[in-house]
Design a binder for this molecule. Structure first.
Ligand code: SAM
Ligand code: SF4
Length: 326
């Protein structure tokens, strides 16, 4: 479906929980309060109905996210239901990887295609400072489990944070020399309560690229230098994997945005950085049909704003990434 600005909207990111087993400094305070009560979360059946409505409008790519999606006890059932919806071509998940040693196989068998695993550093101390837990070995085990289960190619996401991990882009990029892994560096966005943190610790993409090139040699553009999704892609000479940069602050990609988000409490978020929302849950629990849901999604696409106002210094304060769904 095309929106008012000619963008083809075909990708739905669905948050299935706002809870997490980590507390990344830029995402969630240690004492996070006010989690969505479990009865307000969309059920597996409701998520399936949402997917059916989305597919009827031409959506073909779904990503499960959160919070930490693997904390949902019914996550395998959710994946199984979504994989069974005709027209879903890509079924993906973004996760911190910690529970993948147990879940990678059942998720792959249920129909999950790939995972993006979030790991900001390979350094034990640095990762523990950022996530507030000593988890580097657990995340690494999760990455290996994903690969063994066939959730390939493995993609790794790292948010670059000044004074925490800005040097670690080099070690993460080095992984692409030996492995067919795709590493993506994300610029820190000023979202929700820890917004002040993000402003103080922001690292522009260009700085990370310079650092990588000084250490490992030139980054060679892929895809004719054009954006692929949200990322600008490169590889190192002789590298087996790719290196990508997602730069929502220094180079917003709003012109090519192709997705909508649904929050854990069932609200369609028109743009990560806009505060407008429409409730899927109200439609479903008010006795609405799949067609009613499709009408709501159509309305959401029609109302989708042209872009964020980050460049103008306008930041959404009402919800952190963990509430919206990354
Ligand atoms: N828990 C899973 C994870 O960490 O991958 C899924 C949800 S998380 C909110 C999704 C992605 O959002 C992660 O890659 C995380 O690093 C990113 N993220 C969270 N807060 C962010 C922020 N303020 N700026 C940029 N990326 C952020
Ligand atoms: Fe949890 Fe992901 Fe947020 Fe980190 S970024 S606190 S892993 S939801």
């Amino acid at each position: 479906m095309k929106d008012h600005y000619g963008r083809q909207i075909s990708y739905l990111r669905i948050s299935v929980t706002d809870r997490c087993n980590l507390r990344c400094r830029y995402c969630m305070p240690v004492e996070q309060r006010g989690f969505v009560p479990s009865e307000d979360l969309l059920t597996p059946l409701e998520i399936e109905q949402l997917a059916q409505a989305a597919v009827s409008l031409g959506f073909d790519k779904l990503r499960l996210t959160g919070g930490e999606p693997t904390l949902r006890r019914d996550i395998v059932e959710i994946v199984e239901r979504l994989a069974g919806v005709p027209g879903v071509d890509e079924l993906l998940m973004t996760t911190n990887g910690i529970r993948l040693p147990w879940l990678a196989d059942p998720l792959a068998q249920a129909g999950l295609r790939r995972v993006n695993i979030h790991v900001d550093s390979l350094d034990q101390v640095h990762l523990a400072r950022l996530t507030r837990f000593n988890v580097v070995h657990k995340v690494w085990a999760g990455i290996e489990a994903a690969e063994r289960a066939g959730l390939r190619p493995v993609k790794l996401n790292a948010v670059v944070v000044r004074d925490y991990n800005e040097e670690d882009v080099v070690g993460l990029t080095r992984l692409t020399l030996e492995r067919e892994w795709h590493v993506r560096f994300i610029e820190l966005m000023p979202l929700g309560e820890p917004a002040g943190f993000a402003l103080d610790h922001f690292v522009p993409t260009q700085e990370s690229m310079d650092r990588i090139e000084r250490a490992l040699g030139p980054l060679l553009p892929l895809n004719d230098g054009k954006l692929q999704g949200e990322a600008q892609l490169y590889r190192l000479a002789g590298g087996r994997g790719s290196v990508g940069f997602i730069s929502p602050v220094s180079h917003p990609y709003c012109d090519s945005c192709n997705h909508l988000r649904v929050t854990a409490d069932g609200r369609i978020r028109l743009c990560l950085l806009s505060e407008e929302e429409l409730s899927v849950r109200d439609v479903l629990r008010g006795g609405g049909s799949i067609q009613d849901l499709a009408a709501l999604l159509r309305r959401a696409v029609a109302c989708k704003p042209p872009g964020s106002q980050l460049e103008q210094g306008v930041f959404p304060a009402n919800r952190a990434m963990v509430r919206i769904g990354g």
